[in-house]
Design a binder for this molecule. Sequence first.
Ligand code: MN
Length: 337
Amino acid sequence: MIMASIKKRTENALKLCGGADKDYTKQVVKTAKALLKMDNVLILSHRSPDGDTLGCAFALCRGMRSLCKKVTVRCADEIPGKYAFMSEGMEDQSFEPEHFVTVDIAGPHLLGSLAEEYEKKIEVCIDHHLRNNVEAPVKFVDTKAAATAEIIWLLLCAMGVEMDKGIASCLFAAISTDTGCFKYGSVTPRTHLIAVELMKYGVDCAGINFKLLDEVSQAQLELKKQALDTLEYCCDNQCAIVTVTTEMIEQTNASPEDLDGISNIPRSIAGVECGITMRQISDGWKISIRSSDKLNASDLCGKFGGGGHKAAAGCKFTESYEDAKKQLVTAVSEMLK
Ligand SMILES: [Mn+2]
């Protein structure tokens, strides 16, 4: 009887956002069922948290709490202040977690400092990244979802959670940030149809979009100014590189979230198919790639042990700046041939 209603609710939700085949429906039902069985749940977000991982975590947490479950969210890194609205009004719950769910996490290393504690305990993994290597008995990875939040919306509907403004705001923020305000190639009719459903609950869409996508701090702008001075071109101007050093970060007093947005700059230049941002970290260089259809960013980063999406991916180098750059540029020029 309960199973039948999960299936019915899943079908209704899928109908609202463009439909799906039998296998997909089954996957939603299976994952929703696994979540419904759990109590005392810990939802894990990825390190350097973004709008998607946090929006998913808090939406799922709010939804499962509304079903009278004990649920909380954890992340290895501090949650930037601009996302504070997501957990607003939520009570602290103290309990010993028994079940573990990851959202928007492509691999155990993305748990950051929490990896050791939880990587072997994950029961449900919900994600949309191309190369997902999380080990979990229930894995729902939909690489066609523009944001993991699209999947969370389906799951909450399937679970019979009553949507409210708090949940809808988390999910809208997640989708909007992961799609650059609905402008990336990953956006599908389903992305918009789900946003329509969320807007019905009075989400302050303009406010969220401004806060999360447009607003900059003075430190962020100052850092951007300095980073732009490092801009250089290669591969017949089809590749542009921006560098952010530790010195720049210290000098401008920029926080990790102030780095957001810089990685989109090189790719935004006309004629550039691959934008590279090289950021100095304690043990080397953290690379962010943004690319056009001409180059698969995930494949490029895969060559160096990283990964991500077709148009946005990342990897890390422990080599010197010049070495790292040389390896990257060689790989890019080969891929652009
Ligand atoms: Mn995501």
